[in-house]
Design a protein around this ligand. Structure first.
Ligand code: SAM
Length: 233
């Protein structure tokens, strides 16, 4: 069966968006993965299908109601029973290449895209939602974050990328940032491709790339070289 992405959202029209083109779109057409959306408003209350209300304790904005999200998530679980339930949230575990890989190895993902001030906290424990963040900034809604997570997973699915080589040397896969890439022309605006890359000496090229990767990583992301100790579970 295809790897299945199911997204609960108030804006299903946002999908597939960029997931419908290029690699992801072709892989979906080929049946490697599938994408479905579930309109949260279909679970809304009353004739106005209300989904949100004012925050308990006061404050700005609106919060998605537990008695709307609960039934929506229950329905999602019947559609995709084995997929982990993930709430995209700036408070979540950071999305990393290794998290994407472990999700890509599973049956798929069911993603809840928040809006407004977020969701009623009780839903998280009641439905066993795992919170995942795509970075330390705040988006207006979870839809783009859901697409980011899905796209990171899709390109790891077997058969999506042509040459498996294109994965193994990439940033994060090696624990380092990727080395600089060049292509034709050999000289461009007075800037030449490093001679070594044109030398045909594969050993030297490999050593140069490794050195560049290490230097870039040390300069830009020293945290990748000295990761904080993982929390034991
Ligand atoms: N009040 C929330 C807070 O301060 O943590 C932010 C709510 S945000 C305006 C609305 C929705 O966007 C969230 O429910 C979440 O689904 C999504 N979102 C915003 N930033 C995100 C991020 N960095 N990663 C993942 N999802 C994000």
């Amino acid at each position: 069966p295809p790897w299945r992405a199911l997204v609960l959202t108030l804006f299903p029209d946002a999908f597939p968006g960029p997931l419908g083109v290029s690699l992801a779109g072709q892989a979906r057409d080929a049946g490697i993965w599938s994408l479905d959306t579930l309109q949260i408003r279909d679970f809304g209350l009353g004739k106005h299908r209300q989904v949100d209300d004012t925050p308990a304790g006061g404050g700005a904005g609106m919060v998605l109601r537990a008695d709307v999200l609960g039934p929506a998530l229950d329905h999602a679980s019947t559609l995709s029973p084995d997929a982990p339930l993930i709430y995209l949230s700036p408070r979540g575990t950071p999305l990393t290449q290794s998290l994407a890989r472990s999700l890509a190895e599973g049956p798929g993902v069911t993603l809840l895209a928040g809006r407004f001030e977020g969701i009623d906290e009780r839903v998280i424990a009641a439905k066993g939602l795992k919170e995942v963040s795509i970075g330390d900034y705040v988006l207006a809604g979870g839809e783009v974050a859901a697409m980011v997570l899905i796209e990171a997973c899709i390109r790891l699915l077997p058969g999506v990328l042509g040459a498996s080589e294109s994965l193994t040397s990439e940033s994060f896969e090696t624990g380092l940032l990727e080395y600089p890439q060049f292509t034709k022309p050999r000289d461009w605006q007075g800037r030449a491709i490093p001679d070594i890359l044109l030398s045909g000496d594969h050993k030297k090229i490999e050593a140069w790339r490794r050195e560049q990767s290490e230097k870039l990583t040390a300069d830009r992301r020293p945290d990748l070289l000295h990761p904080p100790h993982q929390k034991r579970s």
